[in-house]
Each structure stands twice: as structure tokens, then as C-alpha cells.
Write a protein that binds this ligand. Structure first.
Ligand code: SAH
Length: 213
């Protein structure tokens, strides 16, 4: 597990590409410049790790495209100390970005293989969420609710009510909604019963799976 100045150079280039695509949050860009993404993917893709692309990881899943990770992180306006629920740990790359933004992260993954692998790997390179959970993102994490922010990193066929219910007043849920492609949708909780909804463009995610293995 090596990180070199060549990797650093490629990360700086990736940050420049993300700026050109509209990412402006300096903390998010610094996280992209810092996190060794090549360690999160299979070594056969290492040479491509700093392209703005998604790649296959284990269990037929993907590491999200850097632009998507940056966009979701920037949109949620993560602040130091925010209590954040992440649905879809996957490779842990988005988790690492949230931790660089100094969030307190609870991350749920429904595939055992990825849960095991990533919960061992991330702490090894210095990223320690509050908790990795092997579970089902559709039900959220009631025992730790309410959250400042909830981020879903798989395509949801509908918006799960428990996720809305587990937001603080003023909290934000960012979730890609749809089947083949998804509309990135932001919900802001205005009061116990009122949510503001914003649709933020089309994205493509692997589907959010309904049943546990
Ligand atoms: N943020 C991750 C994205 C991984 S892809 C990364 O950048 O690596 C989406 C992830 O969501 C996959 O790991 C998939 O197994 C997981 N997932 C799918 N359905 C889920 C569910 N119902 N609950 C929790 N995780 C789920």
C-alpha cells in the first residue's frame, strides 16, 4: 500500500477536473487531493484511479465517480461534528471524504463481503467512522437518529420514509432516486412534518438492494 508523489500529482489533476465541472467547496477539494483513491480499488485499475470514473469493486458494486462523491459532499454542506448516516459503504471512499470533512460517520452496507473488507481496510489507512453497520439502508439507523445529514450512495427506487424520519429539523437527506438513471434529490427537513425537495440533475448509480444476503 504505497502512496507516491506521482499519485499526489494525479490527485491534483483530478481536483482541477472537478473544479472545471463545478465543484467549489475547498474542503471537499482538499479531501480529494488527500485521499489515496488508488488504494480503494483493485490494483489492476490502479493506473486509472485518478480518472473521473466509477470502477468495479467486489460483489458487483462500484466505487462512485469522484465527481459524484464531490457533488454529494458539497451539496450536503458537511460541517465539522455533523452526525452523518451513509447508506452504501462500498469501497469506503465516500466515507473517507466525509471523515476528512470531520463528520461523525455511521456507515451501512448490506453486502457482507464489502462490509467486512472495508471495515478492516479503512481504519488501516487512518479513517475511523463511529460505526460500520452490516444492515439494510432502507430502514436507516433508528438507534442513532436523528442525523444532521443522510447520504445515499446507491440508486433508490423510492424515498424510504425511515430516512426522512431520522433527520434532525434542518437536516438534509441526499438520495439518487430512480431505476435506470437517478435524479439526485435533496430533502431539507423544515419541521416535524414539512420537507423541502430539490431535484439536482441526473446521475447513474448501482441499485439500492432490497433484501439482505
Ligand atoms: N460510496 C460507495 C458506493 C458504493 S456503490 C463507494 O464510493 O465505494 C453502492 C453501495 O451500496 C454498494 O456497496 C452496495 O452493496 C450498497 N447497498 C446497496 N443496497 C444497499 C442497502 N439497501 N443498504 C445498504 N447498502 C446498500
Amino acid at each position: 500500500m504505497k502512496d507516491t508523489s506521482k499519485h499526489q500529482g494525479l490527485r491534483n489533476q483530478l481536483a482541477t477536473i472537478l473544479i472545471a465541472k463545478g465543484i467549489v467547496d475547498a474542503n471537499v477539494l482538499n479531501a480529494i487531493r488527500k485521499i489515496p483513491r488508488h488504494l480503494f480499488i483493485d490494483s489492476s485499475f490502479e493506473n486509472h484511479a485518478y480518472q473521473d470514473k466509477a470502477f468495479p469493486i467486489a460483489a458487483e458494486q462500484t466505487i462512485s465517480q469522484p465527481y459524484t462523491v464531490a457533488f454529494q459532499s458539497q451539496t450536503l454542506e458537511i460541517k465539522s461534528g455533523d452526525k452523518v448516516l451513509e447508506i452504501g459503504t462500498g469501497s469506503g471512499y465516500q466515507t473517507a471524504v466525509l471523515l476528512e470533512l470531520k463528520a461523525e460517520v455511521y456507515s451501512i452496507e448490506r453486502q457482507q463481503e464489502l462490509f467486512k473488507r472495508t471495515s478492516l481496510f479503512l481504519p488501516k489507512i487512518g479513517y475511523k467512522p463511529k460505526k460500520f453497520i452490516f444492515g439494510d439502508g432502507y430502514i436507516g439507523l433508528k438507534e442513532q437518529a436523528p442525523f444532521d445529514k443522510i447520504i445515499v450512495t446507491a440508486g433508490a427506487p423510492f424515498v424510504p420514509n425511515p430516512l426522512l424520519a431520522q433527520l434532525k429539523i434542518g437536516g438534509k437527506l441526499l438520495i439518487p432516486v430512480g431505476d435506470k438513471t437517478q435524479i439526485m434529490t435533496l430533502f431539507i427537513r423544515k419541521s416535524a412534518k414539512e420537507f423541502e425537495k430539490h431535484e439536482l440533475g441526473d446521475f447513474a448509480f448501482v441499485p439500492m438492494l432490497e433484501e439482505k444476503n
